[in-house]
Design a protein around this ligand. Structure first.
Ligand code: ZN
Length: 101
């Protein structure tokens, strides 16, 4: 099992936060998602997020947060953000289909 904890904003890397927020804004706009929030995580054996496989990112089915591993190379971080927001977009579309049915 792999465990991760959420990084408090004081412990974040400011340039990573800046690029990450820009990427979230850009992809969220393209995908028509509102108010998505980027949360950085790090591996931590007592962390509150667990996964059977190592994570680069994770999206939350009942919230606005997407979780991205801290310390990725810029390109990997941006691609991970795009990937997680694509999951979110898919969930939103599935929900809308459910309402029409
Ligand atoms: Zn995925």
């Amino acid at each position: 099992m792999f465990n991760y904890s959420i990084i408090q904003s004081v412990a974040e890397n400011p340039s990573e936060r800046k690029l990450g927020d820009r990427a979230v804004d850009a992809f969220a706009r393209i995908l028509n998602l509102r108010d998505r929030r980027l949360v950085f995580i790090q591996e931590n054996s007592t962390g509150e997020i667990s996964s059977e496989r190592p994570l680069l990112g994770l999206s939350n089915s009942n919230g606005r947060d997407i979780f991205v591993l801290k310390g990725l190379a810029c390109r990997a971080m941006v691609l991970t953000i795009a990937h997680e927001l694509a999951h979110e977009s898919q969930r939103v579309r599935i929900k809308k289909l459910g309402r029409k049915a």
